[in-house]
Design a protein. Structure first.
Lengths: 275, 532
């Protein structure tokens, strides 16, 4: 049987996804170096078509789309990753407690999870951001609050199955405490589905962030891709580059994350690929 | 005098109509359905309760007023055949037209006018209580004579008798029950050229021709359909395709209006907003320590590029403002542009000079001080405006952070809590400065909790005095001199940065003519509109 590394890196779709993601991360990290202008700074005439001087053109106020794209990558990635980390942490905690302790704890926590799952997540996110006043923090909170339930359910399911294994029973016999068993024996063995779900969640978070910014509920002092699409949408027929360029960036990034996520899934569950 | 003005208006109207018709000389014929885009759908049809724009667009066809107004804001007869202001300015007498009936067949009499002013305009209308504050009684010596008794002269009041501003309601319908929650609110009965027929929620309101309208042969149109289309690009497409024939007041995005103007089947005009004349502003909270300083306010005024805002945010619709009063008052002799002008090529440089001299030094990052700007939550243009303010003030060392809240919270923060540094807004000048301009700068208009009043909290006893005198001055020349003085002080003190006189594109399908014929524009009754 191939090693994880061989299965993962031997997948051309994973390589393509990783290449684009690597580029985005690099650009985001080096944003102030690559784009000398502040993304909101008015640098030239409005509606300049992409040219050598302004590689991606300018928007309706004469701001550089290139600067927006590069700084937007930063905002979009940071918000998506932080929101994902928060929702994975919370979802894992809820799922693990529910799965491990069962009974009333399980019932209570799962009803809570279902309560959140019954609310349409995007509309819920809109309401949360509107109540909290749009800012980077409220975007992260809103995305995390609407994304944790699936994580909780996945983790609970895994914990239920792992909990019945012999090595867990052995740990109980040895006299380890509940928390030690949960965090040292059970959770580490639920990691693979968690990694897959978590990585796909980053893509969802990017989409939610973009959609909120598109609606004008993004962080008003930060440039983001969704904001660029939203601000440019009324000019689609006059200046295609305003929406097309950030739109393609969102598309490629979300696609790449999905490719990598699926690659991870295939590599972590080799038996699935034989089916 | 009155006659000659009317004759002149008639000649001018014919001339304009001739221009529009160009190669068609056929007389107006009856028939046709005009599809009017109303955006958004009105919450109700109670124009005596709310001045919300979409309501007026529909109800102005149903309810006529005592007067109409031409594009120069001059009153014209409507339900009142003639009117007379007493020499002391303390009574206004209207002679009503004979034989006018409401849509239910009942005759319109002086009692209906009395009811509409004393029970509706003075009580339930948002602006009416202010406009008609001086009215102490309405006398009805006979069925066709109405006399308004005033506590003091109120020359501006004659501007408030359109069917849009002060609709004449049938007392036999609205007199019974609570006017604030009346069953006929959404089944209006008026005396206007069109009757209410049906309201399909979410889709359209249909109005049909009133065959008993008092103007001989009018209206020409058989039907007006007010359609509601949520998406702005769909509205543009509907106009292009001819599925809808008319859109006004921002129903079409400014950048699309330019494109539509190039279409052979459409005409885009900016006429028909003279009665509203909104002026955009960067509102400063002069209670804040930094903005109390006149030099800071002047520096900000210099840093703003009014023409840039007009060209790039409002796509050329508008002209630079010189103060709170719109130049649409120039024909009335009230406007004066002879004030301190802040717009300059090197505005940023001048502003930096003022702030340097005032002792607001820049720190290592080039920042003198910080301000929070609350973006006006009224759509894309205002978001761009906020971003522009942030950029421009950044150039003069003022670091601006933008906050974006919803309408309810923005209103509360701005006009109730007064908890902001800078924000944006636009106030309608309306038909007279007393109604539309005084509220922005008079100290008596510092009314926490009342929206669209003096939001900067700035006050000046000299300006108050001049405005108070202008309010009751019947002589036009003297009145205009008072405004000249007041506007000069206001421009020097610049408590609010007035940016541009807003102009809205109105799109009309060329199949129709004479749709926009007065200062009321889309809020007129459309009795002259016809299909070619």
């Amino acid at each position: 049987m191939n090693t994880f590394r061989q299965r993962f890196m031997g997948n051309p779709r994973v390589i393509a996804g990783l290449a684009w993601l690597g580029l985005v991360v690099l650009v985001a990290a080096a944003a102030p170096l690559i784009a000398s202008h502040h993304p909101f700074e008015i640098v030239a005439e409005p509606f300049l078509i992409p040219s050598l001087e302004h590689p991606f053109g300018t928007d309706s106020l004469g701001r550089s789309i290139w600067a927006g794209l590069v700084h937007g990558a930063r905002t979009t990635l940071v918000i998506a990753i932080l929101a994902t980390l928060a929702s994975v942490a919370f979802g894992t905690l809820v799922g693990a407690l529910a799965g491990y302790f069962g009974g009333l704890v399980d019932d209570g926590l799962m009803r809570l999870t279902e309560f959140f799952q019954t609310i349409p997540s995007f509309i819920f996110a809109i309401v949360l951001v509107a109540i909290l006043t749009p800012s980077a923090t409220s975007l992260i909170v809103a995305i995390a609050v609407v994304s944790w339930p699936p994580i909780a359910r996945v983790v609970r399911g895994e914990v239920l199955s792992v909990k019945a294994r012999e090595y867990v029973q052995a740990a109980v016999l040895v006299g380890q405490g509940d928390m030690a068993i949960l965090f040292r024996q059970v959770l580490p063995n639920t990691l693979s589905p968690l990694i897959v779900t978590g990585s796909l969640l980053v893509a969802t978070a990017i989409l939610i962030e973009s959609a909120l910014s598109f609606l004008g509920l993004g962080a008003p002092n930060l440039m983001s891709w969704g904001f660029m699409v939203g601000a440019g949408r009324s000019f689609l027929r006059d200046a295609w580059w305003l929406v097309t360029i950030p739109g393609v960036a969102i598309l490629l990034t979300v696609l790449s994350i999905n490719l990598v996520g699926e690659g991870l899934n295939d590599a972590l569950n080799p038996r699935l690929s034989d089916l | 005098m009155k006659l000659s003005r009317r004759t002149f208006a008639g000649i001018a109207g014919t001339f304009l109509a001739g221009l529009c018709l160009a190669n068609s000389t056929v007389a107006q014929e009856q028939g046709g359905t005009l599809v009017l885009i109303v955006q958004p759908e009105p919450p109700s049809l109670a124009s005596y309760l709310s001045t919300s724009g979409p309501i007026g667009m529909v109800t102005s066809k149903i309810y006529d007023g005592l007067l109409e107004y031409d594009t120069e804001l001059q009153p014209q007869p409507s339900l009142a055949e003639s009117w007379e202001v007493s020499p002391d300015g303390k009574t206004i007498t209207f002679k009503l037209r004979q034989g006018v009936t409401f849509h239910d067949g009942e005759p319109l009499t002086s009692a209906d006018v009395r009811f509409s002013i004393m029970n509706a305009a003075k009580v339930t209308h948002p602006r009416g209580p202010n406009t008609f504050a001086a009215v102490t009684d309405v006398k009805t010596p006979d069925d066709h004579t109405v006399t308004l008794v005033l506590s003091e002269p109120a020359p501006y009041m004659l501007m408030a008798f359109s069917g849009y501003e002060t609709p004449i309601l049938p007392e036999h319908v609205f007199g019974e029950g609570d006017l604030r929650a009346h069953p006929n609110a959404n089944k209006p009965v008026g005396s206007g050229p069109f009757k209410f027929t049906e309201w399909k929620k979410g889709q359209y309101i249909r109005l049909d021709r009133n065959p008993d309208y008092w103007k001989e042969g009018r209206p020409y149109l058989d039907r007006i359909v007010a359609r509601f289309i949520l998406d702005s690009s769909t509205r543009t497409a509907a106009l292009e395709k001819g599925e809808a024939h008319f859109a006004a007041m921002g129903a079409v995005p400014f950048n699309d209006a330019k494109k539509l103007a190039a279409k052979p089947n459409l005409t885009v005009t900016t006429r028909g907003h003279e009665m509203f004349s909104p002026v955009s502003e960067l509102l400063l909270n002069t209670e804040r320590e930094l903005l109390k300083d006149k030099r800071v306010r002047q520096a900000i005024a210099h840093a703003m590029g009014r023409q840039f805002v007009i060209d790039n945010i409002w796509f050329g619709y508008g002209k630079p403002a010189t103060g709170p009063m719109s130049s649409n008052f120039a024909p009335a002799g009230l406007y004066s542009g002879d004030v301190k002008v802040y717009e300059a090529e090197n505005g940023v440089e001048i502003a930096n000079g003022i702030l340097d001299e005032a002792g607001y030094a820049k720190d290592a990052d080039g920042v003198r001080f910080e301000l929070m700007h609350d973006s006006l939550p009224y759509g894309q243009e205002w978001t761009r405006f906020g971003e522009y303010v942030q950029q421009q003030l950044g150039k003069i060392g003022i670091k601006v952070t933008i906050r974006q809240e919803d309408v309810a919270r923005w209103l509360k923060r701005t006009y109730a809590d007064h908890d902001f540094d800078t924000t944006a807004n636009y106030l309608y000048n309306l038909a007279d400065p007393v109604i539309g301009v005084h509220r922005a700068v008079h100290s008596g208009q510092i009314k926490p909790g009342t929206v669209f009043t003096n939001g900067s909290y700035w006050s000046d006893p000299e300006v108050d005095k001049l405005l108070d005198m202008a309010k009751v001055e019947p002589d036009a020349k003297k009145r205009s001199a008072l405004y000249d003085q007041a506007l000069k002080i206001v421009a020097e003190e610049i408590p609010i940065i007035w940016v541009h006189e807003m102009n809205f594109p109105t799109v009309v399908n060329n199949m129709f003519a004479d749709v926009i014929v007065s200062a009321l524009g889309v809020y007129a009754n459309f009795d002259r509109a016809y299909m070619k």
